[in-house]
Structure formats: structure tokens, C-alpha cells
Ligand binder design. Structure first.
Ligand code: 8YV
Length: 315
């Protein structure tokens, strides 16, 4: 049997993140959960912790390949790729990286909303191509300050988004599992009622089976022709087919999207639209925040392997 206790699992780990983890603990590396079965059985038997980064499923069968597994430390606040019920049933703890990324994700949500409403992608192309000088101004666009926004999910990130948009003098509406203490924002018990009441709908839900398709075709229809969807959560939280239908037909005005159902392979229908602003799931993607996430993940691994309390357990 090997004495390596840590497995770094995820091809998207940056070299410095891998180096930081393996400087703290001798570690093995795989590209993703599907590669764990191919590891030497002696190594698998010694592994006690997995540092995980990615969005491919980490399920019960993978856990069963690691008989000493006690921790899956996720790089990210959203841990929908990990079967937490299966982990709990096996006595495996799961940790995530909350809070440290909320500012960045909220910033990107606001940026997507403004970029869509103010046609900034078109504006950039117009200025950068020289057409401004030859063709004159772009068409007038749309005022953001003072409009009405609905936040779907007023958790940590949703709250940061709402606080920012309140500074834009926007009228804030929201849905949440229960009504929250707010400075007079309007609570809606369901997403269709929320969508009916607002122009901008910002999705800040957790991912996973409970929220799959939560922003339904009916909610998208309720948003109406001035409606703009912003999604920084998971592609799964909205009915993506219904969203594409509405964007193509112009039954809503547009969308600003950082997440997609089948990312990084976008539905090709997205690529033909001119009423969307698309980003490559980069909500938390600043040097500062990704460093903080990596350090928090390592701190959880260290706490576990050294027998201390976990910092940010989810089960
Ligand atoms: C990812 C995210 O973790 O935190 C989350 O839930 O979606 C992101 O921050 C990041 O893209 C690494 O996979």
C-alpha cells in the first residue's frame, strides 16, 4: 500500500494550485473522476482525501473505488457534481468554497445585465471596427438604473447581486425558499409571479436536481418582450430549450449568460443570436478569488488530514 493520502482530481487545476496542494501533502493526480478506476489498487487504498475541481459527476461508484475516502474538498461554492447523499451514506465529508467568490460572481451578474441592456458587445464591435466614423452612432439602447429586477434565489450570491442593483436605484423583487429580512424588497412565492413583475430576471440558485428547470418555460413567457434573463448559477436551473425558443422568437428581449446546460459545448443555437452576451463560466475567475478558493480548499484538506474541524463542510 502507498502512503499517498491526497488525490488531486480535475484537469482544470492550474499548475500553481497543484503545486500548492502537493507541497502540503504527497499527492496523486487524475484528470477527472472517470480516471480513478485506472489508478493502482494500492494507491486507491491509501487515499483519504480528494481535492476536486470540475463539473463532471463524482458519484457513489467513484467513491466506492476509494475505501479509505473521508473527504471530498470541492473547488467551488456549487457542489452539484458531487453526490452528497452518497457521500454522507459512506461517512465521507464534503466541503466547498463559499463566500470568497460571492463578490466576483455578483460583479459579473451586474456586468452581464448592463452589457446586454446597453448593447455593449455591438458597441465594442462598432467602435473597434472603425464603423463609428463611417456609419455614425449605434441605435439607442435601454436604461438600467431605476428599472425592476427579480432575483431568483436570495442566498449569499443573490444577496450581493441585489445589494449592487439596489445602488442602481432598481426596484428589487425576489424569490427564495422563505421570505428574507430585506430593506423593503418584494417577495414572491413563485418564479412565474416574479417574472411577471420584472424586466430583468437574475438567476442565483444552487444547482442540482432540486432546481433543475426551475426557471420554466412559463416563467420565461411571463417575463415578456422587454424581459432579460441573466444566469450566473448553473445551466441546469433554467429550461434552456425554452430560453432559446424565446430568444429566437423575440418573445423576450435578451439574455446575459455565464453558464450553460452542456458547457463548454454550447448549444449551437446560442451562436446565431444577437440579443445575448455570452461568457465562458468565469464568474469566480479572477486571480484574487481563484487564489482564495484554492487556499480554502487546501485548508479544508489540511484540517481533515490533520484531524482538525473542517472550515466549510456541507454535510
Ligand atoms: C467553479 C463555480 O468552481 O463556485 C462555483 O460553483 O461554478 C465556479 O467557481 C469554477 O469554475 C471551477 O470549476
Amino acid at each position: 500500500m502507498s502512503d499517498t493520502q491526497l488525490l488531486i482530481c480535475g484537469k482544470n487545476f492550474k499548475q500553481e494550485e497543484r503545486d500548492r496542494l502537493s507541497a502540503a501533502f504527497p499527492a496523486a493526480f487524475v484528470d477527472g473522476p472517470a480516471d480513478i478506476a485506472a489508478l493502482d489498487a494500492g494507491l486507491r487504498a491509501s487515499l483519504r482525501a480528494v481535492a476536486f475541481k470540475g463539473h463532471t459527476a463524482f458519484g457513489a461508484e467513484t467513491m466506492d473505488l476509494l475505501p479509505q475516502l473521508g473527504l471530498i474538498a470541492n473547488y467551488g461554492v456549487g457542489y452539484d457534481a458531487i453526490d452528497v447523499t452518497a457521500a454522507s451514506a459512506r461517512g465521507v465529508k464534503v466541503t466547498n468554497t463559499p463566500d470568497v467568490l460571492s463578490d466576483d460572481v455578483a460583479d459579473l451578474a451586474v456586468a452581464l445585465l448592463i452589457a446586454q441592456a446597453r448593447t455593449m458587445i455591438r458597441g465594442h464591435a462598432h467602435a473597434a471596427s472603425g464603423r463609428w466614423a463611417t456609419e455614425g452612432e449605434i441605435p439607442l439602447n435601454r436604461k438600467v438604473s431605476g428599472s425592476t429586477v427579480g432575483i431568483v434565489g436570495l442566498g449569499r450570491i443573490g444577496r450581493e447581486i441585489a445589494d449592487r442593483l439596489a445602488a442602481f436605484k432598481m426596484d428589487i423583487h425576489y424569490t427564495s425558499r422563505s421570505e428574507k429580512e430585506t430593506p423593503g424588497w418584494t417577495y414572491h412565492a413563485d418564479v412565474v409571479s416574479l417574472a411577471k413583475a420584472v424586466d430583468f430576471l437574475v438567476i442565483a440558485l444552487v444547482g442540482g436536481p432540486e432546481t433543475k428547470g426551475h426557471v420554466s418555460r412559463a416563467a420565461i413567457e411571463a417575463l415578456g418582450p422587454r424581459g432579460v434573463v441573466v444566469n450566473i448559477s448553473r445551466g441546469s436551473t433554467i429550461d434552456e430549450g425554452a430560453l432559446l425558443d424565446a430568444l429566437e422568437a423575440g418573445t423576450i428581449a435578451g439574455a446575459g449568460l455565464d453558464v450553460f446546460e452542456n458547457e463548454p459545448n454550447l448549444d449551437p443555437r446560442f451562436l446565431k443570436l444577437d440579443n445575448v452576451v455570452l461568457q465562458p463560466h468565469q464568474g469566480s475567475g479572477t486571480v484574487e478569488t481563484r487564489t482564495a478558493m484554492a487556499v480554502l480548499q487546501l485548508d479544508n484538506v489540511a484540517a481533515f488530514l490533520e484531524g482538525r474541524d473542517l472550515l466549510t463542510p456541507v454535510n
